[in-house]
Every structure is written in structure tokens, then in C-alpha cells.
Design a protein around this ligand. Sequence first.
Ligand code: 2RA
Length: 329
Amino acid sequence: MRIAVVGATGMVGRVILQVLEERNFPVSELFPVASERSIGTEITFNKKNYKVIGLEEAVSLKPDIALFSAGGETSLEWAPKFAEAGTTVVDNSSAWRMDPSKKLVIPEINASLLSSEDKIIANPNCSTIQLLMALKPLHDTYRIKRVVVSTYQSITGTGVKAVQQLENEYRQEKGEMAYPYPIHRNAIPQCDVFTENGYTKEEMKLTNETKKILGDDSVQVSATAIRIPVVGGHSESVNIEFERDFEENDVRRILQDFPGVTVQDNTDVNTYPMPIYAEGKDDVFVGRIRRDYSQPNSLNMWIVADNLRKGAATNAVQITEYLVGKNLV
Ligand code: 2RA
């Protein structure tokens, strides 16, 4: 397959290339694409060096598939141009996720929605992907009425500058605050910008994308997204109210049996998911599974995943694998 990676020099773009290599994806030609300032730089893929090209040139080459991680503005402008040229786009930005004509796909959940007609496919937000990997099998069994989720998000979600800020703060000799919103020894109750309803875009993504992926607007979601000084992945504390009652061990079995989910849940030996151990892995890890005794048919759990992998790059590559496997491209 002739593959373009748009945003190839960014954090997610580099992980997309890494995951394509790890999974031996059949790349016959690779076109690493980035902004003007990166054109001509080199990236290495499968032990070969490739020169980064610009978007105009990339479209003209008519790749079979373009994996985008270059921000919403670039996707809005360029994904249609690639699609027009016959390329199938898998986009990591939020640009197309809530477009009713576009599929919002987590392969383990709804890849079967895809057809060869889909030329722009949306990758859900990282915090949504890990949440839905746990919610979907439980929704199918017990039907979810309401989800309350608090996220504890890795700084890698905001990009390389935040990682550099955290490292600078670690090394900070001086006592004064070098940054207005220090990350080190702090928790910032804001991921992305605030909207007019008092919630951030990140929180509204969790609400809106959950409904779309479950295909059920009756599911109520209340989200709070926090940034914490962690780099390995996002963590989520989740409270779920079901329509039907459940047995905790059944919940553990249903989750463990769902592809891509690993249950780590044994408080006798302090076993539970942590981002430092989820980093670099593709599974979604679930633990602290316990009944919420404050209200009927309700459950608490803790969900952790590497936000750059299953939360972005791996999910996008899995969509691409599905498209190729089903001859949809
Ligand atoms: C974040 N999910 O973590 C958003 C974008 N990657 O900031």
C-alpha cells in the first residue's frame, strides 16, 4: 500500500510510523508529510531514510491511504483534497468526528460500519477511545444510563512543548514559577479550551463522541478532564449507572473477553492499572472494578491506556488494517 503520514514529524505521527513498522503493515511506498518548515528533513522508516514532503506534492502522488495527525485546520482543508484524489483518509483530529456523514471508528467496536465509500474516517479522541473500549461491552450487556468520568491526562496529549516544559520545571533551580500554569507538582483542571457551557472541548468530546460511537443519545455523560504531570498515558475514574444489575465477576469476565482490553484488578496484591506500565502498550487496562453502593445498578472502575498508541496511532493503524483486510481501499 502507498501510505502518506500527514504530520509525520509530530508526536503522534512518529508513533504512527513506529506502529506501522511494529505491525509489519504492507507499505510499498511511504510519503512522510509535514508543514513547509519541515519539508526536506528526513525520517527513517523500516531502516530507510525518507525526505519529508509538503501537502501539495503528497496529494499529487495519490496515496492509497493518508493517516492524518496534523490538527483540525489542516484536516478540514486537506482531507477533502486527498479524498478527491481517491485517497482514503484516517484523521486523528476532531475536525470530522461529529460530522454525521463521517464514521467515528474504534475497530473493536464499530469497524463493520466502514465501506469503500468512506473516504474520510475519523479517529476518536484519545480519552474517548480508552473509555469506550470498556463501556461498549458493558453497554451491550447491561445498557448504560449514565457515565460520570474524571480523566487524569498525560501531558503528551498537548504535544512536545508540554513535555519540554515539564522537563524544564524538573530542572528548575530557581523557586519562582517559570510558567503561569506549572505542570510539575500540579494538576490543571483544563484540557483544551473552555466552551460556552463551562465545559472544555476535551470534556465535550467525551460526551458527544461516546453517544455517537454507542449509537445511543440516551446515554448521559458528565466529564471532567484534568492534566497531570504524567507522560505514559491517560487515566480515567469512571462511574457507570446501568439499567440492569450485574455481578462484579461477570463484569471482569466481560471486560477481559473484549479484544484489546486487559483487566488488572486484584486489590489483595495491590494490582491495578497505572500509566507508567501502560506506556508503549496497545491494550486498554481496567481495574478498581467495584460496585458503587451509593446507588442501584452502579459501578466504579479505573481505565488506563497509552494515549499516543491505542488513543491515537494504533487505533488509526488498526482502522487502516481493517480497510486493507476487507479490500475497502
Ligand atoms: C489531549 N486528547 O490529551 C487531547 C488531544 N490529544 O490534550
